[in-house]
Ligand binder design. Structure first.
Ligand SMILES: [Zn+2]
Length: 168
């Protein structure tokens, strides 16, 4: 059994960022100090408090906005991509998708901004898009741990996007 993890990190950081990317910078801790607290997401109900998004009861006085995860879902602008390839996932697809949903539920419970946008079956492959690159990484790691195979990460620094490919 051979497993390989290849990391291809583009380290060059562009000096100019376009507007679209700029809109998503508030995914990070940079949100701190920009949003009034408390602020609640009108879509999912997550609450921004003490500098981070949390699943807590919406305070009566909360401001309203769209949280970064709902923003990404609306615009279909994923932060992470995970592709499942190879004959193994075709034979065990239900089982693997079940594992993926469990990983999402666990991650989302502690990190409201980590969610699956879509699980898309494309011919022989499955493409999963996520609101946060951390979730694409966690799902890739979990699938790799459970089923071995080969896992690759490709991080694009300028767009802050992680692409993960798993194949068996
Ligand atoms: Zn939301």
């Amino acid at each position: 059994m051979t497993t390989a993890i290849r990391i291809n990190r583009k380290s060059s950081r562009p000096t100019r960022r376009d507007r679209l990317i700029g809109e998503y910078e508030h995914d990070t801790c940079k949100t701190r100090g920009k949003l009034p607290e408390p602020t609640a997401c009108r879509e999912c109900g997550a609450v921004f408090r003490k500098g981070r998004w949390q699943w807590v009861k919406k305070p009566k006085c909360a401001h309203e906005t769209l949280c970064p995860a709902c923003h990404r879902i609306h615009d279909h602008y994923p932060g992470g991509y995970l592709t499942l390839r190879g004959p193994f996932q075709q034979e065990h697809r239900d089982e693997i998708v079940h594992l993926i949903e469990n990983v999402e539920a666990r991650e989302k419970a502690g990190h409201p901004l980590r969610r699956i946008i879509l699980v898309n079956q494309q011919d022989d492959n499955v493409l999963i898009t996520t609101t946060a690159m951390e979730l694409a990484r966690s799902i890739g790691d979990a699938v790799h741990r459970a089923y071995k195979g080969e896992l690759c990460y490709q991080y694009t620094d300028e767009a802050n996007i992680l692409r993960v490919v798993w194949e068996r």
